[in-house]
Ligand binder design. Structure first.
Ligand code: CO8
Length: 264
């Protein structure tokens, strides 16, 4: 994969809207932010860069005010055959996005469909605007979700609702997504990004190592049995007792001041 510095993002915009926060905006509005391979590569590269940049403590991913993403770029994908799809570089980009170790918040307005919904579900927290629509309509194209849709959606909303979406191509609106736990909050669409950035700012003020381990520990609940996951949590909890930030957090509490965390 190209280095972030080398690839000159064009399908996305990257900004630093506040201290310790990086903002990625998908930028193909004419085709409803369809996720062509280059776009996915750029997102993955920015996340790889953010993962190792000590100054970045949270990333917000948005599609802008009108649409999150209408899925994989159908025009690009239709050129594949049964052999080339097996070696699709997109798999590596998804893997990189999945491995991002810091908080990732998706700010979703409008459609999050197919790969767009799968991208939103790679985020740790989804903030939805009241216009948001979530769906896995791949069945309309004679295929099924291929970037985790059948698995992540089912783990979040349960079998029956996931089946409804994946088998019929039906969409789920923001209020239903909230009721089913797919999204954390629904806000008026013109406030989605601001709310996601405010949440990112709140998270960025917490102890970075604790935040990252909390993320890993929550994700373990999807990956491990209860006993193994509880053992992981206990080990992670104990490891944080070795950090300077734990001492700072307790000192700040005793001294009735705000903590200044350094990520050490
Ligand atoms: N890929 C490429 N172009 C797209 C996509 C897409 N996913 N979605 C929209 N576009 C393009 C349209 O072709 C159109 O282009 P043009 O103006 O040149 O005709 C432009 O965006 C605007 O689209 P609409 O006029 O349809 O806009 P609307 O606001 O009326 O509708 C929708 C928006 C509902 C999002 C509609 O465009 C739609 O249904 N899009 C497709 C959604 C979809 O099926 N997504 C799942 C994709 S599948 C996937 O993610 C994984 C596997 C892909 C493999 C494909 C193998 C063939």
């Amino acid at each position: 994969m190209a280095d972030y510095e080398d690839i000159r993002p064009e399908d996305i915009r990257v900004e630093t809207p506040g201290p310790h926060i990086r903002l990625i905006t998908l930028n193909r509005p004419r085709v409803r932010n369809a996720l062509r391979t280059r776009l996915l590569e750029e997102v993955a590269a920015v996340l790889r860069d953010a993962a190792t940049d000590d100054d970045v403590r949270a990333v917000v991913l948005t599609g802008g005010p009108d649409v999150f993403a209408a899925g994989a770029d159908i025009t690009e994908m239709e050129a594949h055959d049964a052999v080339t799809i097996q070696n699709d570089p997109r798999v590596m980009h998804w893997k990189m996005i999945r491995a991002f170790p810091k908080p990732l918040i998706a700010a979703v307005n409008g459609y999050a469909l197919g790969g767009g919904n799968e991208l939103a579900m790679h985020a740790d927290i989804i903030i939805a605007g009241d216009t948001a629509q979530f769906g896995q309509p791949e069945v309309n194209l004679g295929i099924i979700p291929g970037a985790g849709g059948t698995q992540r959606l089912t783990r979040v909303v349960g079998k029956s609702v996931a089946m409804k979406l994946c088998l019929s191509g039906a969409f789920m609106d923001a209020q239903e997504a909230l009721a089913r736990g797919l999204v954390a909050e629904v806000v008026p669409a013109d406030q989605t990004l601001d709310r996601a950035l405010a949440l990112a700012a709140t998270i960025a003020k917490k102890a970075p190592k604790a935040v990252q381990l909390a993320k890993v520990a929550v994700l373990k609940s999807y990956q491990l049995g209860l006993n193994e996951a509880l053992a992981f949590e206990r080990d992670a909890f104990c490891s944080l007792f070795a950090t300077e930030d734990r001492l700072e957090g307790i000192a700040a509490f005793r001294e009735k001041r705000k903590p200044v965390f350094k990520g050490r």
